[in-house]
Design a protein around this ligand. Sequence first.
Ligand code: SF4
Length: 564
Amino acid sequence: MRSSFDDPLQLRAVNAHVFCSRLFWLEYVAGEFVDNAHTLEGSHVHRRVDKPGGAMPAPHTPDESAENEGDDPWHTRSLWLSDDTSGLTGKLDLVDLVDEGRVMPVDTKKGKPTRDGELWEADRAQLTLQALLLKAHGYRVESIAAWYHGSRQRVVEVLTPEMETWALGHAMSARHTRSLEKPPAPLVDSPKCRGCSLNVVCLPDEVNALTGGGAHEEGEIRRVLVPDHDAVPVYVTESGTRIGLKQNMLKITPRRGSDMEPAEVGLGAMSQLNLMGGVQITTQAMQALLRRDVPVSFFSYGGFYYGRTQSATSRNVKVRIAQFKQAESPVALDIARTLIADKLYNARVFLRRHLPQGPESKRVLRKLTRIRKKAEKAESAEQLLGYEGEGARQYWSHFNALVQADDEAWAMQGRNRRPPRDPVNAMLSFGYALLVKDAQLAVEAAGLDAYLGVYHTAHHGRPSMALDLMEPFRRLIVDSAVYLMVRRGEVSPEHFVRSGQAVAMKTHARKALIAAYERRMTESVIHPLFGYAISYRRIIAVQARLLARVLTGEIEEMPNFRTR
Ligand code: SF4
């Protein structure tokens, strides 16, 4: 089998390796990439040098032989070079002719030079390797330079043999990191992590806290930076609505006779688009959303989640290999035990918060604690299923008592679905469909296959891993949203329609539930393990990433998510 040691090594990958070997592994081995303000700014300042231009003269020819216009000394932009002997390859932003056939690579960087006005180490390594590539092609190179766009400064350094040996050593070290099965440990308390585009993937402080790397006390962990915090999920709930594209906006046109107002939503303002029932969307709009990585999820009118479009499956194939390897292993059962124990724990917290105090509430809370402790020691998935069922019976009978306390019309006939047979079950089913959708987005962003779980069995069309991941959150997000809607009078029985045995939500109830669900998802809570404030939506994303790390072996145990 061909080793990754033999593959050509990109010069910008060496730059990343000098900056942080974990960043290099995540980006160039696992294929993770996330845009942030720094990467977008970097692309912006590179837009000119990314356009090929100028011809490279033969080595050692004076400037008059260059195919140059006017009297300017020539330069070449966006030049790809490779060298089989060193195994290096890369694009050179700019090559300048210095004089007498000597050339100098010049790289464009978005920031500023070091405080001493010098090249950053990562830039020096990259530029030195660029010089070596030029030399391998017969050019004379005696200096290297970077154009720092942030301070509009060109920093030039003389190339020395020591620099060449040093840069080749970094290339060697990057090759070694590329051969590792797992990423190197995160940096500890490094200021580099703040501006790193992959901090939401890497989770440096969280992983260090869980693996014993770095000494973090509770509350010392830096908050995970949330990408796209201004972008919001958009829901279109009315059948017959048409969605088209108008420049960078989605144009939403209601069906004739609808009360809904036409709307235009900027593509950049949207984190996801959710379509309920017979909403039409044009190919142009779909393409624009795919280009921007905005997922489009499709639901039936009644709230059944069909699935979603995605621009590309995560390129992190190592996570999926680990997931498939571990599917039947004790690791999968360990994770399942944690998820179900957390679900039982959080169900108890929900009842403790809302049940009137008395002997009955004490009894059920004690019972749920006993069941949860048994679940933590379950020896098989079947046993775990039994404890989960026992806990659910206790929970639902008391949830039923809570919702119908003020009005008998909210009485539940146990937990039922497909179709739901009472208004509360109709709302719960719809809310869980929204949660599956968000859990699936998180699972796939973490590089996992949503259809192979650790607890829910594989079944045609069932996103088992998303269902697994959402277990600890059902009570805290959906049940809580439904209970509060009922208690606050945000819905009433006339907002539902009965057809035979089935009960469905009318438009008002559906809109009210989406609003209540989104309020809950954006609510900030203190992470019980890491001690920082974080939204439920972000917690689900973090848990998905940590679950993937357990499967790849970077973290030993699935961290709990238990609310207080
Ligand atoms: S967040 Fe920090 S440790 Fe993680 S990849 Fe970025 S720089 Fe490296």
